[in-house]
Structure formats: C-alpha cells, structure tokens
Design a protein around this ligand. Structure first.
Ligand code: MG
Length: 365
C-alpha cells in the first residue's frame, strides 16, 4: 500500500492560540486537541504526539501502549508543573500498513473512512452527549447543539491511567482515511465534509478546503485535518511529513544542540512513562516462590530486567523452601508458581503447607 497524505491545522477565527497538534511521520499519523488554561492545551497535545512518535521509533510498543504511555507522560507533567496543572488532550493515532489501518483513540477527535460514496466514523466520541445518545436519552441532532457537547468523558493526561480504544480497519485501494479535531466536525456537517472530500481528489487540497469550510462556518475552535489516500503500490507514503501545532508542515528549527536536548528529554519522559505502564501491568501479576529459604508470596513476575527485579515479597511464610522443593509437585517453586491474584497465591501457600505436613507424616491442625 502507498499513502498520499494531506495535512493542515489552523488556529480558527476566535481562539488566541492553536492548541491542536498534528503528527505526520509516515506511516504514523495523529491528531491531538489540547485543553487547559494558560499554555496547558498546547503543551499537552505536543507532548502526547512527541511521546507517541518516540515510542513508535523504538518499534517495540503497541499502538495502545504508546497512547497509554503518552497519557502517563502528560499526567506526570501536569502534576509536576503548576503552570499546566489539569491540562489534557484528545489523541487519535493511525498507522497504515499492508494489513490495513490501525487506530488508537481517546477523546472527541475523530477518524473517518470514505469508501465508495459512504463516509463512516471509525471512532467513538468520548463525550457526555455521545453517551446520552447511546443511552437513547437524546438524538444525534440534539447532541450537535447540546450546551455540554464539549464535555469529555475520557481524555489523555487527566488521570494516571486511561482506557484506549484500539481498532484495526482493513483498507483497499481508493480508500480515504481522515483524522480531524472537533474544530472541523463542530463547524461542518458530515454531508458537507463528504462532499468536499469527494470533490477534491488531491489530499492536501482536500485538507485545506475542509479548514476553509470550518472557518467560513465561524471557525470558533482550532481546526486540524489529516487526509490519507490509500493507493495500491510500493512505497510507504508521500506528501507532508511534519509535526506541528500551527501553522502546518514546518517547525521552527532552533539550533541543533537545543533541539537534541529537547528530544533526549522527551525520550526520557516517554521511557519513564512506558516504565510506569509496564510496572502497572507487572504489579497485577502474582506468584509463589522462595525468599530467604522460605516460601513467599510475590507481587510481580519472577524475572529481572536491566538488573532490576520485577517483583517484591508481599508475604514471607514459615514454610521451609527446601522441604517444599523435595516434593515432586513443587519442583517449580524456585522458578515461581504463578497465580491469577493475591487470593489464589495465598490458596497455593495453604495447599503447599498441607502437602508438606502430609508428606512429613504429621496431620494438619
Ligand atoms: Mg477542539
């Protein structure tokens, strides 16, 4: 598959600054719509995209983990810097490969698929009004004009953990995938968006025309649009390759040392955030193993990474590990006997205690 990309972001006609950010580093594309007083919104959306970009380059994280790590990075920054406390952002990320388009999403920015004359929204809006629509409390057209239509039920960076929607969408030659912030969808109806997309074959012109349409309709919010045309053929992508918060395509280039130190700092923040995400999932694991010659219950996994143990002792028992290892059933004890949760680990301990006593010829009390 080959991707032709068009990217545009605009401050709109009312706002004083553009807090949207956009990433176009083929095959990775993303839109983030930041929120929060002072400079918070722009900081949140830029940091989220930088984090996703850095982790994508490692080639090791899933799209969902990249977004969860970005969440952690924004959250930590928000906690650490009073100037940006409470900031958050939406984040809609897509990569395209031979298997199709892969999406990860939090918030009310959107991804659409235009195929064969039909425009389909690929993402769910994480908004109060969308929840009300799904519950049958209001109609979609009532939602469009609802006074609380901007209230998000999920955003990036406002909590230490976030649920991320992930989706894989098969794509075919001729498909058009669109990412946008609510500055477009709040101003321009879906039939109008579809009409502009269908009348404009060139993806960059299509993105520019959508921005113009939103501004003509009032431009009350920042507007960001990414148009991705899927073409059969070799090569990854052509078109714009840029990350920017306004205007599009080029970033100011500070001197090389400053730029590199910023990149290193961002990479460190993202790695720390990724560590927290891994740490949280590790802390959900339990096992029974050996500690100081005794049977013990551990939280984590029985392994080390870069010299760090990935578990800690929660409970050390009075059962001798060598007595247990002598029983054929428990020869795996030194490697750890895994459990689904703490209760199961404690149940394994009690079973071990009973089996040791039975084997030594005594009876359990
Ligand atoms: Mg917005």
């Amino acid at each position: 598959m080959r991707i032709e990309a068009g990217v545009a972001t605009d401050i709109g006609r009312v706002r004083e600054r553009n807090e949207d950010s956009v990433l176009a580093e083929p095959p990775l594309f993303a839109v983030a719509d930041g929120m929060g007083g002072h400079r918070g919104g722009a900081v949140a959306s830029e940091l989220a995209l930088e984090c996703v970009e850095e982790l994508f380059k490692t080639g090791k994280a899933s799209l969902g983990d990249m977004v969860r790590s970005a969440n952690r990075a924004v959250f930590e920054r928000s906690m650490a810097d009073r100037a940006v406390t409470g900031m958050g952002t939406t984040l809609t990320v897509v990569t395209v490969d031979e298997d199709g388009a892969h999406l990860a999403h939090v918030g009310d920015s959107r991804a659409y698929l235009l195929r064969a004359g039909a425009l389909r929204q690929l993402t769910d809006d994480h908004t109060l009004v969308n929840r009300m629509v799904q519950a049958g409390e209001i109609t979609r057209s009532e939602a469009d004009v609802h006074p609380h239509r901007n209230v998000l039920t999920r955003a990036l960076g406002t909590e230490p953990e976030v649920d991320v929607d992930v989706e894989d969408v098969p794509v075919i030659d001729g498909d058009r995938v669109v990412l946008c912030s609510d500055g477009l969808t709040g101003m321009v109806s879906e039939p109008q968006i579809q009409a502009i997309l269908e009348a404009t074959p060139n993806p960059q012109e299509a993105a520019d025309r959508l921005i113009k349409a939103a501004n003509r309709a009032g431009g009350i919010d920042n507007i960001t649009v990414v148009v991705l045309d899927v073409r059969e053929g070799e090569g990854l992508a052509e078109g714009t390759a840029a990350r920017s918060s306004s205007p599009i395509a080029t970033r100011p280039s500070p001197d090389a040392i400053k730029r590199w130190s910023i990149r290193v700092a961002i990479a460190l923040v993202c790695i720390v955030a990724a560590f927290f995400v891994v740490r949280i999932s590790i802390d959900r694991q339990w096992y029974v193993g050996e500690s100081s010659g005794r049977v013990a219950v551990f939280q984590g996994i029985p392994a080390e990474f870069a010299g760090l143990r990935l578990s800690h002792v929660v409970l050390e028992t009075d059962i001798s590990a060598s007595d247990v290892a002598a029983l054929p059933l428990y020869q795996g004890l030194p490697d750890g006997i895994t459990a689904n949760d703490r209760d199961e680990a404690l149940a394994i301990v009690e079973q071990i205690r009973a089996d040791v006593k039975a084997a030594s010829g005594t009876t359990t009390p």
